[in-house]
Design a protein around this ligand. Structure first.
Ligand SMILES: *Cc1c(COP(=O)(O)O)cnc(C)c1O
Length: 325
């Protein structure tokens, strides 16, 4: 019998931790470091590599031959799942929320190149998600596969363990006390894993989730629930409620809808550090970091880690926002 590891190494870890000294200077301090999870690998990188390390180890343990998951048309999670499946000899089935465009671009182009089985549906309510995922799993079975279903964004307690490891990786890497960590928060698993990873650390950083879709009132309970489930898996006691912190002022009109602040943040980081952010997640999170810094939310002598979670393939789709450079 083949024993499968609890976690697969799908990406290049540890990712670099990089000083952003020009950005720090432009914003007038505090000290900003960048944690480069846009460099995890898996077809241009991103945060899902860490979650998939646990989820796909579980899939192999369950003798799955296919993986079923879902996301939006420009889902980084779907693109990285497709890439990881190809590395492992699994068949990727992707449920994409929207209609099939005539010409695929961004992440969807990469899904097509990986030969993922693509199913387009317009999903308007949350109950439809589970139903559609189950229907796609049935299709995989009809194709002769044994499917493993991963929830949207890979955000369950098992996936969040990838970010428990990531927080510890950061603390091992950093020569300085890290006071704050800022991360884009969508389905909440990344933020929840980071919060759970800080349990038991002597001077844990405060983890700020910058929402890219939900209101604080909706996202905070979701993250808290995931933290509790992740802590339970670790055999740890969840932290007090005030460790779960969400900023919802930078979403703009909605998920994946560009804002001027996001566009300006992308330009600023490109022009000070030579680093690309993305239009859906990290651009909005950086807009949050810029605004919170200017509002005096951080002390000048504090250290902030901005977690770069990837997403760069989607930039092309937003090219009309950059016609003037
Ligand atoms: C999925 C994703 C996030 C958000 O992670 P969640 O765990 O869903 O909150 C952030 N940035 C990028 C680039 C992503 O693809």
């Amino acid at each position: 019998m083949v024993e499968h590891p609890r976690r697969l190494e799908l990406g290049f870890l540890p990712t670099p931790l990089q000083e952003a000294s020009r950005l720090t200077r432009v914003l007038g301090g505090p000290r900003i470091l960048l944690k480069r999870d846009d460099q995890t690998g898996l077809a241009t990188g991103g945060n899902k590599a860490r979650k998939l390390g646990y989820l796909l180890a579980d899939a192999l343990g369950e003798k799955a031959t296919a993986v079923v998951t879902m996301g939006d048309l420009q889902s980084n999670h779907c693109r990285m799942t497709a890439a990881a499946c190809r590395m492992l000899g699994l068949e990727p089935y992707l449920l994409l929320n929207g209609t099939r465009p005539a010409i695929p671009e961004g992440n969807l182009l990469l899904d097509a190149i990986f030969g993922a089985k693509l199913h387009f549906v317009a999903i308007d309510d949350a109950t439809a998600v589970d139903r559609e995922l189950a229907a796609l799993a049935d299709r995989a079975r009809a194709d002769g596969h044994c499917p493993y279903v991963i929830p949207m964004g890979g955000s369950n307690a098992l996936g969040a363990l990838g970010y428990v490891d990531a927080l510890r990786e950061l603390l091992r890497q950093s020569a300085h006390q890290v006071d704050h960590v800022l991360v884009a928060s969508g389905s909440g698993g990344t933020q929840a894993g980071l919060i759970a990873g800080a349990i038991g650390q002597s001077r844990p950083p405060l983890i700020h989730g910058v929402s890219v879709s939900r209101t604080r009132a909706k996202l905070e309970p979701r993250v808290s629930q995931l933290v509790a489930e992740t802590a339970a898996r670790m055999g740890a006691v969840p932290p007090p409620a005030d460790r779960v912190l969400v900023h919802d002022e930078y979403v703009g009109p909605g998920y994946a809808i560009m804002t001027e602040a996001c566009r300006d943040a992308i330009r600023l980081v490109a022009r000070t550090e030579g680093i690309l952010l993305d239009p859906v997640y990290t651009g909005k999170a950086m807009a949050g970091l810029i605004d919170l810094t200017r509002a005096g939310r951080f002390d000048r002598d504090e250290t902030i880690v901005f977690w770069h979670t990837g997403g760069v393939p989607a930039l092309q789709v937003y090219r009309e926002w950059f016609v003037d450079g």
